[in-house]
Design a binder for this molecule. Sequence first.
Ligand code: AKG
Ligand code: FE2
Length: 266
Amino acid sequence: MPKAKKSDSKPQKASTAAPSAPPAPNWPPLRPLLPAEDLALEALVPDQIYLIRNFLPSSLCKSYASFLASLPLTTTPGKPKKDEAVRVNDRFQVQDARFAETLWSGTAMKELATTRFGENDEDAYTSDGEPLSSKEREFKAQKVWGGEPLGLNPNIRIYRYSAGQFFAQHYDESNALTFLPQSATKAVPARTTWTLLIYLTSCSGGETIFYPDPTRENRNPEPISVAPEAGMALLHRHGDHCMLHEGAEVTGGEKWVLRSDLVVGR
Ligand SMILES: O=C(O)CCC(=O)C(=O)O
Ligand SMILES: [Fe+2]
Protein backbone atom coordinates (compact mmCIF):
# COMPACT_ATOMS: atom_id res chain seq x y z
CA MET A 1 0.00 0.00 0.00
CA PRO A 2 1.50 3.40 -0.89
CA LYS A 3 2.40 5.63 2.03
CA ALA A 4 -0.69 7.65 2.98
CA LYS A 5 -0.34 11.37 2.63
CA LYS A 6 -1.77 14.28 4.52
CA SER A 7 -4.64 16.30 3.14
CA ASP A 8 -3.86 19.99 2.84
CA SER A 9 -6.68 21.15 5.06
CA LYS A 10 -4.62 23.95 6.61
CA PRO A 11 -6.84 27.01 6.90
CA GLN A 12 -5.62 30.26 5.51
CA LYS A 13 -5.39 32.78 8.31
CA ALA A 14 -7.89 35.54 7.61
CA SER A 15 -5.26 38.17 8.36
CA THR A 16 -2.77 36.71 5.91
CA ALA A 17 -5.24 35.64 3.23
CA ALA A 18 -4.02 36.41 -0.24
CA PRO A 19 -5.56 39.54 -1.78
CA SER A 20 -7.23 37.20 -4.26
CA ALA A 21 -9.11 35.32 -1.49
CA PRO A 22 -12.71 35.09 -2.66
CA PRO A 23 -15.40 37.14 -0.90
CA ALA A 24 -17.97 35.25 1.17
CA PRO A 25 -20.61 33.85 -1.19
CA ASN A 26 -24.19 34.95 -0.85
CA TRP A 27 -25.21 31.51 0.49
CA PRO A 28 -28.90 30.66 0.04
CA PRO A 29 -30.68 30.37 3.41
CA LEU A 30 -30.39 26.95 5.08
CA ARG A 31 -34.16 26.56 5.04
CA PRO A 32 -36.38 24.63 5.27
CA LEU A 33 -34.76 22.12 7.63
CA LEU A 34 -36.26 19.05 9.28
CA PRO A 35 -37.17 19.62 12.93
CA ALA A 36 -34.11 18.88 15.06
CA GLU A 37 -36.07 16.32 17.09
CA ASP A 38 -36.48 14.21 13.93
CA LEU A 39 -32.69 13.96 13.52
CA ALA A 40 -30.11 11.86 15.37
CA LEU A 41 -26.35 11.58 15.66
CA GLU A 42 -25.73 7.97 14.69
CA ALA A 43 -22.50 6.25 15.77
CA LEU A 44 -21.24 4.35 12.71
CA VAL A 45 -18.02 3.63 14.60
CA PRO A 46 -18.25 4.96 18.17
CA ASP A 47 -15.57 7.59 18.90
CA GLN A 48 -14.51 7.63 15.20
CA ILE A 49 -17.35 8.15 12.72
CA TYR A 50 -20.80 9.68 13.26
CA LEU A 51 -23.60 10.31 10.75
CA ILE A 52 -26.58 12.67 10.72
CA ARG A 53 -28.98 11.51 8.00
CA ASN A 54 -31.25 14.15 6.43
CA PHE A 55 -29.18 16.87 8.09
CA LEU A 56 -30.17 18.94 5.03
CA PRO A 57 -33.35 17.96 3.16
CA SER A 58 -32.75 16.78 -0.41
CA SER A 59 -34.67 19.71 -1.97
CA LEU A 60 -32.32 22.14 -0.20
CA CYS A 61 -29.29 20.09 -1.35
CA LYS A 62 -30.48 20.41 -4.96
CA SER A 63 -30.74 24.19 -4.77
CA TYR A 64 -27.40 24.34 -2.93
CA ALA A 65 -25.59 22.26 -5.54
CA SER A 66 -26.85 24.50 -8.34
CA PHE A 67 -25.85 27.61 -6.38
CA LEU A 68 -22.39 26.15 -5.72
CA ALA A 69 -21.95 25.41 -9.42
CA SER A 70 -22.02 29.20 -9.97
CA LEU A 71 -18.94 29.70 -7.73
CA PRO A 72 -15.45 29.93 -9.24
CA LEU A 73 -14.32 26.35 -8.57
CA THR A 74 -10.77 25.43 -9.50
CA THR A 75 -9.61 22.01 -10.58
CA THR A 76 -6.87 20.31 -8.54
CA PRO A 77 -4.24 19.30 -9.21
CA GLY A 78 -2.02 21.45 -10.07
CA LYS A 79 0.68 19.23 -8.87
CA PRO A 80 0.29 18.06 -5.26
CA LYS A 81 3.06 19.26 -2.93
CA LYS A 82 5.59 16.65 -1.85
CA ASP A 83 3.62 15.10 1.01
CA GLU A 84 0.10 15.94 -0.10
CA ALA A 85 -2.42 13.28 -1.12
CA VAL A 86 -3.23 13.00 -4.79
CA ARG A 87 -6.68 14.29 -5.43
CA VAL A 88 -8.53 15.25 -8.49
CA ASN A 89 -11.61 17.35 -7.96
CA ASP A 90 -12.94 20.85 -8.41
CA ARG A 91 -12.93 22.95 -5.31
CA PHE A 92 -13.72 26.29 -3.78
CA GLN A 93 -12.39 27.47 -0.44
CA VAL A 94 -13.45 30.50 1.58
CA GLN A 95 -13.09 31.89 5.12
CA ASP A 96 -16.62 32.57 6.27
CA ALA A 97 -17.19 32.63 10.04
CA ARG A 98 -20.81 33.69 9.64
CA PHE A 99 -21.73 30.76 7.43
CA ALA A 100 -19.84 28.36 9.72
CA GLU A 101 -21.85 29.70 12.66
CA THR A 102 -25.14 29.26 10.75
CA LEU A 103 -24.22 25.66 9.92
CA TRP A 104 -23.47 25.05 13.60
CA SER A 105 -26.26 26.74 15.53
CA GLY A 106 -28.79 27.45 12.78
CA THR A 107 -29.14 23.67 12.22
CA ALA A 108 -29.45 20.65 14.52
CA MET A 109 -25.64 20.23 14.59
CA LYS A 110 -24.88 22.09 17.81
CA GLU A 111 -27.69 20.46 19.78
CA LEU A 112 -26.86 16.94 18.54
CA ALA A 113 -23.15 17.38 19.29
CA THR A 114 -23.65 18.85 22.76
CA THR A 115 -26.80 18.57 24.89
CA ARG A 116 -28.23 15.60 22.95
CA PHE A 117 -24.94 13.73 22.52
CA GLY A 118 -25.33 9.97 23.11
CA GLU A 119 -29.05 10.25 23.88
CA ASN A 120 -29.76 6.87 22.27
CA ASP A 121 -26.71 5.06 23.65
CA GLU A 122 -27.18 2.03 25.88
CA ASP A 123 -25.39 3.90 28.66
CA ALA A 124 -27.61 6.98 28.33
CA TYR A 125 -29.14 6.08 31.71
CA THR A 126 -27.76 6.21 35.22
CA SER A 127 -27.65 3.05 37.34
CA ASP A 128 -31.08 4.11 38.72
CA GLY A 129 -32.55 4.01 35.23
CA GLU A 130 -32.74 7.81 35.08
CA PRO A 131 -31.79 9.42 31.76
CA LEU A 132 -28.49 11.31 31.90
CA SER A 133 -28.97 15.03 32.35
CA SER A 134 -28.02 17.28 29.46
CA LYS A 135 -24.97 18.39 31.53
CA GLU A 136 -23.85 14.77 31.85
CA ARG A 137 -24.32 14.28 28.11
CA GLU A 138 -22.30 17.40 27.39
CA PHE A 139 -19.52 15.99 29.56
CA LYS A 140 -19.55 12.69 27.62
CA ALA A 141 -19.52 14.66 24.37
CA GLN A 142 -16.45 16.62 25.39
CA LYS A 143 -14.53 13.39 25.89
CA VAL A 144 -15.37 12.25 22.36
CA TRP A 145 -14.87 15.62 20.64
CA GLY A 146 -11.58 16.26 22.43
CA GLY A 147 -12.70 19.39 24.27
CA GLU A 148 -15.56 21.82 24.54
CA PRO A 149 -17.19 22.21 21.10
CA LEU A 150 -17.19 25.88 20.14
CA GLY A 151 -18.49 25.70 16.57
CA LEU A 152 -17.32 24.91 13.04
CA ASN A 153 -14.16 25.93 11.23
CA PRO A 154 -14.72 29.14 9.20
CA ASN A 155 -12.49 27.51 6.56
CA ILE A 156 -15.31 26.25 4.33
CA ARG A 157 -14.41 23.98 1.43
CA ILE A 158 -16.66 22.88 -1.42
CA TYR A 159 -15.74 19.87 -3.55
CA ARG A 160 -17.24 18.71 -6.80
CA TYR A 161 -16.12 15.32 -8.10
CA SER A 162 -17.22 14.37 -11.60
CA ALA A 163 -16.90 10.88 -13.06
CA GLY A 164 -13.26 9.77 -12.87
CA GLN A 165 -12.36 12.12 -9.98
CA PHE A 166 -11.27 10.97 -6.50
CA PHE A 167 -9.28 11.87 -3.36
CA ALA A 168 -6.53 9.32 -2.64
CA GLN A 169 -5.85 7.77 0.77
CA HIS A 170 -4.73 10.24 3.42
CA TYR A 171 -5.08 11.42 7.01
CA ASP A 172 -6.70 14.76 7.93
CA GLU A 173 -4.66 17.00 10.19
CA SER A 174 -5.79 18.94 13.22
CA ASN A 175 -5.23 22.69 12.95
CA ALA A 176 -4.77 25.28 15.68
CA LEU A 177 -6.72 28.50 15.28
CA THR A 178 -8.16 31.33 17.29
CA PHE A 179 -11.92 31.20 17.30
CA LEU A 180 -14.62 33.71 18.17
CA PRO A 181 -17.60 31.77 19.54
CA GLN A 182 -21.00 33.34 18.81
CA SER A 183 -21.72 34.21 22.42
CA ALA A 184 -18.21 35.55 23.21
CA THR A 185 -16.63 38.95 22.73
CA LYS A 186 -13.05 37.70 22.56
CA ALA A 187 -11.45 35.08 20.32
CA VAL A 188 -10.11 32.04 22.19
CA PRO A 189 -7.37 29.51 21.42
CA ALA A 190 -8.96 26.54 19.66
CA ARG A 191 -8.18 23.56 17.45
CA THR A 192 -10.00 21.32 15.01
CA THR A 193 -10.57 17.73 16.12
CA TRP A 194 -13.11 16.20 13.70
CA THR A 195 -13.71 16.55 9.96
CA LEU A 196 -17.23 17.44 8.85
CA LEU A 197 -18.39 16.33 5.39
CA ILE A 198 -21.90 17.18 4.22
CA TYR A 199 -22.87 15.30 1.06
CA LEU A 200 -25.14 17.35 -1.18
CA THR A 201 -25.74 14.69 -3.83
CA SER A 202 -25.88 10.96 -4.22
CA CYS A 203 -23.78 9.47 -7.04
CA SER A 204 -22.34 6.20 -8.30
CA GLY A 205 -19.02 5.38 -6.66
CA GLY A 206 -17.53 8.24 -4.65
CA GLU A 207 -17.76 6.43 -1.32
CA THR A 208 -15.74 7.80 1.59
CA ILE A 209 -13.81 4.69 2.63
CA PHE A 210 -12.11 4.34 6.03
CA TYR A 211 -9.35 1.80 6.71
CA PRO A 212 -9.19 0.82 10.41
CA ASP A 213 -5.74 -0.05 11.73
CA PRO A 214 -5.16 -3.79 12.27
CA THR A 215 -5.25 -4.81 15.91
CA ARG A 216 -4.15 -7.93 17.77
CA GLU A 217 -7.80 -9.11 17.82
CA ASN A 218 -8.46 -8.25 14.20
CA ARG A 219 -5.41 -8.33 11.97
CA ASN A 220 -7.37 -7.66 8.80
CA PRO A 221 -10.26 -5.29 9.55
CA GLU A 222 -12.80 -4.64 6.80
CA PRO A 223 -12.79 -1.15 5.32
CA ILE A 224 -15.81 0.98 6.28
CA SER A 225 -17.47 2.44 3.22
CA VAL A 226 -19.93 5.33 3.36
CA ALA A 227 -21.91 5.97 0.17
CA PRO A 228 -22.73 9.66 -0.35
CA GLU A 229 -26.39 10.35 0.43
CA ALA A 230 -27.84 13.77 -0.36
CA GLY A 231 -28.17 15.76 2.87
CA MET A 232 -26.19 13.39 5.10
CA ALA A 233 -23.51 14.82 7.39
CA LEU A 234 -20.50 12.72 8.39
CA LEU A 235 -18.13 13.56 11.23
CA HIS A 236 -14.86 11.67 11.62
CA ARG A 237 -12.07 12.08 14.11
CA HIS A 238 -8.93 13.65 12.71
CA GLY A 239 -5.44 14.60 13.85
CA ASP A 240 -3.59 11.97 15.88
CA HIS A 241 -6.62 9.65 15.89
CA CYS A 242 -7.56 10.02 12.24
CA MET A 243 -8.36 6.81 10.35
CA LEU A 244 -6.74 6.40 6.96
CA HIS A 245 -9.44 7.27 4.42
CA GLU A 246 -10.13 8.19 0.81
CA GLY A 247 -12.84 9.55 -1.47
CA ALA A 248 -13.26 6.72 -3.99
CA GLU A 249 -13.50 7.48 -7.68
CA VAL A 250 -16.90 8.73 -8.83
CA THR A 251 -18.21 6.50 -11.60
CA GLY A 252 -21.47 8.27 -12.44
CA GLY A 253 -23.18 11.56 -11.64
CA GLU A 254 -21.52 14.29 -9.57
CA LYS A 255 -20.49 14.18 -5.94
CA TRP A 256 -20.81 17.53 -4.17
CA VAL A 257 -19.44 17.91 -0.64
CA LEU A 258 -19.35 20.77 1.81
CA ARG A 259 -16.39 20.41 4.20
CA SER A 260 -15.61 22.06 7.51
CA ASP A 261 -14.27 20.83 10.87
CA LEU A 262 -15.44 20.72 14.45
CA VAL A 263 -13.61 23.32 16.55
CA VAL A 264 -13.00 22.81 20.28
CA GLY A 265 -11.32 24.98 22.91
CA ARG A 266 -7.66 24.27 23.68
O1 AKG B 1 -14.74 13.42 -0.48
C1 AKG B 1 -14.57 12.54 0.37
O2 AKG B 1 -15.30 11.55 0.43
C2 AKG B 1 -13.43 12.65 1.34
C3 AKG B 1 -12.92 14.06 1.52
C4 AKG B 1 -11.74 14.11 2.45
O3 AKG B 1 -11.20 13.12 2.82
C5 AKG B 1 -11.22 15.41 2.93
O4 AKG B 1 -11.80 16.45 2.66
O5 AKG B 1 -10.20 15.41 3.64
FE1 FE2 C 1 -9.84 13.59 4.46
